[in-house]
Design a binder for this molecule. Structure first.
Ligand SMILES: [Zn+2]
Length: 137
């Protein structure tokens, strides 16, 4: 099925409503589209131990993987920021590594879309190709 980027963006906006940005007050939502067209939502959740905070994108991806999904078509990201909220470096790695070169849909407050490929956000990505294989090579 064709990807409905606007619908996915709207689901990211919806997910933003559950965000728990206790310290930054920066609400972010993400919506991840599986290859069988299910949408898994995530939001950012902050901790008083700041380093434990998780972004909306990684939250959605980890939720999906823990529910058994392994293949994805796109991920959308929404925030309260006036412009487009681009994923942080950690999320770019996780998006590319676990979702592949999917569409990354950024939606602003006017519901305008910017659609990029994961490889545009993270060129020359580190992948498991660089890791030693079981045979030691
Ligand atoms: Zn992030």
């Amino acid at each position: 099925m064709e990807i409905n980027h606007l619908l996915l963006g709207e689901k990211a906006i919806e997910a933003k409503g559950n965000a728990l940005p206790l310290y930054s007050n920066f609400h972010v939502g993400a919506a991840l589209l599986t290859d069988d067209d299910k949408i898994i939502q995530g939001c950012n959740i902050e901790s008083s131990s700041y380093g434990l905070t998780i972004c909306a994108e990684r939250n959605a991806i980890f939720k999906a993987i823990s529910d058994g999904y392994r293949k994805f078509k796109a991920i959308a990201i929404a925030s309260d920021f006036e412009g487009y909220c681009s994923p942080c470096g950690a999320c770019r790695q996780i998006i590319f590594e676990h979702c592949g070169d999917v569409d990354v849909v950024l939606i602003n407050r006017k519901k305008e879309l910017k659609i990029l490929k994961a490889s545009e956000l993270l060129p020359h990505a580190f992948t498991d190709d660089a890791l030693p294989k079981e045979d030691g090579k």
